[in-house]
Write a protein that binds this ligand. Structure first.
Ligand SMILES: Cc1ncc(C[n+]2csc(CCOP(=O)(O)OP(=O)(O)O)c2C)c(N)n1
Length: 623
């Protein structure tokens, strides 16, 4: 029986003799590499956090003690140590185990997470709740150096510094975000990593002085003052201690003994402490060590070579990569911004071609948007490239700093719609609603790759805030004919019929198109319109169509609340148009992980259920 096989439930790791810890770490790595090679997943971060997670489970007592993983993509060892080994066969699959902490899976998962920089605020809140309730447990938040670049983390640190209660922060510093970490903070961590062992020095000094019987006490008092000076010499930056947190480290994050020792020390403190742990992303698997960025989130791969097993079709992101390069060449005012997702959003070619016009601001979406406002005010044309789900946190910056000022900032919103294996925390099902609320913002969605190119061209001469949303994955290169030229607020009629109008936005144009033969087989002659603009949508066309269509079916890959369908219903009601609106936008819900076609089928946005919904509706309202 392997050592890992002896771990069947939370706490079992404590029965493993210390002499076997290293072998267990190695078994865990082999297990993760094997499983992730089949399912895909966040391999590199998990390989780096094996010993750290083991040490946490050896020192603390979850679920009584609370472990909160920031983002949560590095929680695989935690899942293994809390009895979820069998779940790895269905990791990230439809109906299977999540790649992130999920409350439904284990009481050792405190929050369903996937977004970065939240763990310190959540942990601090939990620690405060413990104090208020007079309860007795430890709260440990584990955050990476990349996630620490998020402003929210600093708001929590600032708050933690003034709190007397115990709260343990583990800074898991692997010197990487998804790609290279950026900014002043990463320099600070670099300095801390290489600084002499301040804590060891401090302890040694104190012990030596305590041994001096009479003058020792006075000397210790003097030491406090001297300490400040010593710190300045020994540590280039007293970031954490000056904020009121005790700093322990840096510790080798692959040395289990050292980790256990420092965690026990942290456990004894009665105030907030930050333990700085240095790890290597991808540790123990040569291809991931060599290219941790590619192995951050990887599709199924061949273990021997590390090569991806999936043949990929051209994605919207790849088209954006080409097009941004083209726009950059065409107009020297074009700038590209990312919040730590240069490769994910396709900006690497732009970065290489125009390093001075490319900005990676770290995991700081709010800052990225306000920063873009400044750049636009200064006469430039910034493109802010952010996934739909992560743009959620920059809502106020879009409203206040960009839209209110009517600045020409273009938002390229990748992963708009269902995203697949990352699940509920990552689906981009809300931007179509929350962006609709922003006055003065124009919103577009392409039906295919060609139209995305046309929309990017349109954006170049557009003078105002603009959002282009497009889904994850393969872009149909051309759905039918060449797109008609784009004009603000004008939709594109793809097929003229009568009775039923399919009014589809973005990714739903393909689904509507594939629904046509099914509807025609039922004796219907539907029209098909590509909405193109979600805001302002084509009111004139809808008015005209209402005369010949008794049913308008609105299709969008976005939750119902505030989306295009609701706005069209409202419009038709206000104008008292003689037609019924069938809004097929999915219900307001958090959708699970799974293949997008499968999820779309579940929520009724594939041709068969679309056709059924139309027929059912026509039974109530004849054509
Ligand atoms: C708000 C937000 N923006 C972007 C991301 C995408 N993302 C996931 S992990 C990650 C890097 C995190 O770096 P770090 O915390 O150092 O962890 P590591 O992957 O290095 O272990 C990023 C940018 C996210 N999850 N949340």
């Amino acid at each position: 029986m392997s050592i890992l096989d002896q771990i069947c439930q939370t706490g079992d790791i404590k029965k493993i003799p210390p002499g076997e810890y290293e072998a267990l770490a190695s078994e865990i790595r082999d297990f993760l590499i094997e499983k992730v090679s089949r399912t895909g997943g966040h391999l590199a971060s998990n390989l780096g956090a094996v010993e750290l997670t083991m040490a946490l489970h050896l020192v603390f007592d979850p679920p009584k003690d609370k472990l909160i993983f920031d983002v949560g993509h590095q929680c695989y060892t935690h899942k293994l140590l809390t009895g979820r080994k069998a779940g790895f066969d269905s990791l990230r699959q439809y109906g299977g185990m999540s790649g992130f902490p999920r409350r439904g899976e284990s009481e050792c998962d405190l929050f369903d997470t996937g977004h970065s920089s939240t763990s310190l605020s959540m942990g601090l809140g939990l620690a405060q709740a413990r104090e208020l309730a007079g309860a007795d447990y430890h709260v440990v938040s584990i955050i990476g150096d990349g996630s620490m670049t998020g402003g929210l983390a600093f708001e929590a640190l600032n708050n933690a510094g003034s709190m007397e209660a115990p709260f343990i922060i583990i800074l898991n510093d692997n010197d990487k975000s998804i790609g290279d970490n950026v900014g002043g903070l990463s320099n600070t961590f670099q300095n801390l990593r290489t600084a002499p062992r301040y804590n060891r020095f401090k302890q040694k000094m104190k012990r030596s002085l305590d041994r001096i019987p009479t003058v020792g006490g006075a000397m210790v008092r003097h030491l406090d003052r001297a300490k400040e000076a010593v710190k300045q010499i020994l540590l280039p930056n007293m970031l954490f201690e000056s904020m009121g947190l005790t700093y322990l480290g840096p510790i080798d994050g692959h040395d289990i003994k050292a980790l256990i020792h420092v965690l026990k020390n942290a456990q004894r403190l009665d105030r907030p402490v930050i333990v700085h742990v240095v790890t290597q992303k991808g540790k123990g698997y040569a291809p991931a060590e060599a290219d941790p960025e590619r192995f951050h989130g990887i599709d199924p791969f061949d273990i021997a070579t590390g090569r991806s097993l999936q043949k990929k079709k051209t994605t919207y992101t790849e088209l954006v990569a080409e097009e941004m390069l083209r726009l950059g060449q065409k107009d020297p005012k074009v700038l590209a911004l990312t919040a730590a997702m240069a490769s994910g959003t396709g900006l690497v070619p732009f970065q290489k071609a125009f390093p001075d016009r490319f900005f990676d601001v770290g995991i700081a979406e709010e800052h990225a948007v306000s920063f873009a406002a400044g750049l636009a005010k200064g006469g430039y044309k910034p493109y802010v490239c952010i996934y739909s789900t992560f743009l959620q946190r920059a809502y106020d910056q879009i409203v206040h700093d960009v839209a209110l000022q009517q600045l020409p900032v273009t938002f390229l919103i990748d992963r708009a719609g269902l995203v697949g294996a990352d699940g509920s925390t990552h689906h981009g099902m809300l931007d179509g609603g929350y962006l609709q609320t922003v006055p003065g913002l124009t919103i577009m969605a392409p039906r295919d790759g060609k139209e995305l190119r046309a929309m990017l061209d349109f954006s170049l001469s557009f003078d105002g805030p603009l959002a282009i949303r497009y889904p994850r994955g393969a872009a149909p290169e051309a759905l039918g004919e060449e797109p008609a030229p784009l004009a603000l607020g004008k939709a594109e009629v793809l097929k003229e019929g009568s009775g039923v109008l399919l009014f589809a936005l973005g990714s739903m144009v393909r689904m509507a198109q594939e629904s046509l033969p099914l509807l025609e087989a039922e004796g219907l002659h539907p029209s098909l319109v590509n909405a193109r603009f979600a805001k302002p949508f084509d009111e004139a066309l809808l008015r005209k169509m209402a005369a010949t269509h008794s049913l308008m079916v609105v299709l969008e890959e976005n939750n119902r609340s505030g989306g295009l369908g609701e706005h069209i219903s409202d419009f038709c009601e206000r104008e008292a148009l003689p037609c019924r609106v069938l809004n097929l936008a999915p219900a307001d819900a958090f959708y699970p992980q799974g293949g997008t076609e499968r999820l779309l089928a579940d929520i009724g946005l594939t041709p068969e259920p679309i056709c059924q919904a139309v027929l059912a509706c026509l039974k109530e309202v004849p054509e």
